[in-house]
Ligand binder design. Structure first.
Ligand SMILES: Cc1ncc(COP(=O)(O)O)c(C=O)c1O
Length: 398
């Protein structure tokens, strides 16, 4: 049967994430993956969470297994608010909504705000999950290049000046996915000033903010907002567990009220059991200590990757970013136009990386960039993966 005629026009051109596709090919255990975005699993508090889940299901089975409220358990909202408070990303007047991952928060914010033909300004490159969510609302994505200290503010100003119907700026200002870059305080202030001047919403996505292993924290954009125009998306995926699917939005009750209605339609509520598990985990253990161990591990792994890059990549033929936190770095090969032969050669050598086109506004245009992840593999595998990738780069570039 030919199903093509049944698909909605807006869905027809959509492709699954090449990263997920790559995961399918990566069933081979010999492959070293520098491709995904998984947090380190060696630190997952499995035993602690197993005991917590068992106690919840024995002591309060109805609470855990019955339908819950759309905005989330009050105690879970408190947990999310406590994380947002740490980075001044919440005001007394703000609402907190528990979402099924920050992903859902980003998707439903766009669903609440974006009409067909509206424009969203995004970093170029940016997180494929959000770009794909925005694409489903038939908006136009306007890319603004990312510099070593975040989005180019002159380009942002021009984009706001020269485009009608810009509704929103979407930004990942801290340890950006995919570049690992952090936006400077000056640029954050400038972004707020521009958003105020051109009257647009800012969606600040901050799943990696807690994972700093070097340098000083920079104020969140939400903390600089005086107009109530910043919606802040947070996540427990990178500080506790992505499989628990716990994220949150903080922002004006007017906008979040609309998002809440959409969430009711979408999945009624985020699973109550994982919300209760998170609440109990945060009561019983110090989550900041747990995060500290992750930071320390990521700092070490990032250092291994950087040392290996220095050792194995051809001198002056590859440029890379040096992150102060998070889980990604970004590489560019200025001498070539298309990174595909390197990605293929690396896969032959059983190492997986993600080509830059996945994070681009125009996914069909060739890219000479690629993303590296250092959180998931062991330090030994990181070095071996970079050694093999170095070989692949040498063979293609020379
Ligand atoms: C920038 C960015 N935003 C949002 C998410 C989604 O997070 P969650 O697991 O909370 O849905 C990710 C996950 O990789 C991400 O990298």
């Amino acid at each position: 049967m030919n199903y093509e005629k049944f698909y909605a026009d807006r869905v027809k051109p959509m492709k699954g994430s090449a990263i997920r596709e790559m995961f399918k090919r990566m069933a081979d255990p010999a492959i070293i993956s520098l491709a995904g975005g998984n947090p380190a699993s060696e630190l997952f508090p499995g035993k602690e969470l197993a005991e917590i889940a068992r106690n919840i299901l024995i002591e309060n089975p109805v609470g855990a297994l019955q339908y819950g409220t759309t905005d989330g358990l009050p105690a879970m909202r408190e947990c999310a608010a406590s994380r947002a408070k740490k980075v001044n990303a919440i005001k007394d007047s703000d609402q907190v909504l528990i979402m099924t991952g920050a992903n859902q928060g980003i998707d439903l914010t766009a669903k609440a705000l974006i009409n067909k033909g509206d424009k969203i300004i995004v970093e170029s490159p940016s997180f494929i999950g959000s770009l794909n969510a925005f694409r489903t609302y038939e908006c136009e994505l306007v890319g603004v290049k990312v510099e070593d200290d975040g989005m180019d503010m002159d380009e942002l100003e021009n984009a706001l000046k020269n485009n009608d119907n810009v509704k929103m700026i979407y930004t990942i200002p801290t340890f950006q996915n995919p570049t690992g870059v952090t936006m400077s305080l000056e640029k954050r202030k400038k972004m707020i000033e521009l958003a105020n001047r051109y009257d647009v919403i800012i969606l600040e996505d901050n799943p990696y903010g807690d994972l700093r292993f070097k340098g000083e924290d920079v104020a969140t954009i939400k903390s600089l907002d005086t107009d109530g125009r910043v919606i802040y998306a947070g996540s427990f995926s990178k500080i506790l567990s992505p499989g628990m699917r716990l994220g949150y939005l903080v922002g004006s009750p007017e906008i979040l009220g609309k998002v809440e209605i959409l969430k009711q339609v979408n999945d009624v509520h985020t699973p109550v059991l994982t919300q209760m598990m998170c609440v109990e985990f945060m009561k019983k253990y110090n989550i900041d200590e747990y995060i500290e161990r992750n930071r320390e591990l990521y700092g070490r792994k990032c250092a291994v990757m950087l040392e290996s890059i220095e050792k194995y990549f051809l001198e002056n033929r590859v440029k890379w970013t040096v992150p102060d936190g998070g889980i990604f770095m970004w590489c560019e090969c200025p001498d070539i136009e298309d990174i595909t032969p390197v990605v293929d050669k690396a896969l032959e050598k059983k190492v997986a990386i993600v080509p830059g086109s996945n994070f681009a506004i125009d996914m069909k245009a060739p890219s000479n960039m690629f993303r590296l992840n250092y959180s998931s593999a062991t330090p030994e595998k990181l070095e071996e993966g970079i050694r093999r990738l170095g070989e692949a780069l040498s063979e293609v570039l020379q």
